[in-house]
Design a binder for this molecule. Sequence first.
Ligand code: PLP
Length: 290
Amino acid sequence: MGLIPQRFFYFWPMIKCILNDKIIDQDKAYVHVSDLALLRAYGIFDFFRLTGLKPLFFDDHLTRFMSSASTLRLPCPLGYDELKAMILDLITHNNLPDSGIRMVLTGGESPNGFDIGTPTLFVLNEAINPLPQSHFDNGIKLISHEYMRDIPEVKTINYLTGIYKLAEARSVGAVDTLYHWRGKVSELTRSNFFIVDQYNRILTPAHGILKGVNRKHAITVARDHFEVLERDIFMKELGQAKEAFITGTTKKVMPVVQIDEMPIGDGKPGAVTTKLQQLYDQYLESAVGR
Ligand SMILES: Cc1ncc(COP(=O)(O)O)c(C=O)c1O
């Protein structure tokens, strides 16, 4: 897979995808121009990694996908077990180790540009661009922005604000945006957010966020070693935080060392984050195939 540049990946003739209830060549897969996903950003998705050819946290991602679909009133053309079996077939067909699987369900071809149509399901097998090792070793800088995602507990396809803020983040050497709303921190554009307080307790918001699969597993791992509190975090608490970190499918556990102009703690990855990073990497190895 490393031989296929990512920009060719969607059109590589060998690569198959799922469209509705069939596995077809990916370069033949299209959605209609009247699909609500295109016209109104109405749709949901989920994304998981393969370790080798084995899905990581497959059931967690499928369960969240089905729950996002039902919250947005989008009937999925395949049931849970059918979709799972077809994705396993797709993985075998494509034989792309350490790639990613993106499941998308659109609002469908709308009769009037606003009513939900018959949703289109597609599942893509994508290259994963590795993140720079320096992000894991030295931590990342974030900008903050007051914003609450629409229906935040649903993994919608609407990333408008996150993509729009990317140029601004990069212009100040930051890699992503931390959202906050009415004084409370929520999440990043594509990750969950944690701080470590002066008592070495790990705190993470529980409301107004997407409940990340890695958030859940990182909390499980952390609870064996640290106290973990799921509660509101106020923007004004960030100044007293000793450490901060994020979790996500490609970020795993990644330290945050600066938010806007403010260093977190001493501006370096802290001991709790570094310990959890090691524990989580071990946990991911042991979780292969789950
Ligand atoms: C808005 C948002 N929050 C959090 C996450 C992290 O979720 P996960 O750990 O399931 O990748 C994502 C993942 O893309 C996301 O889009």
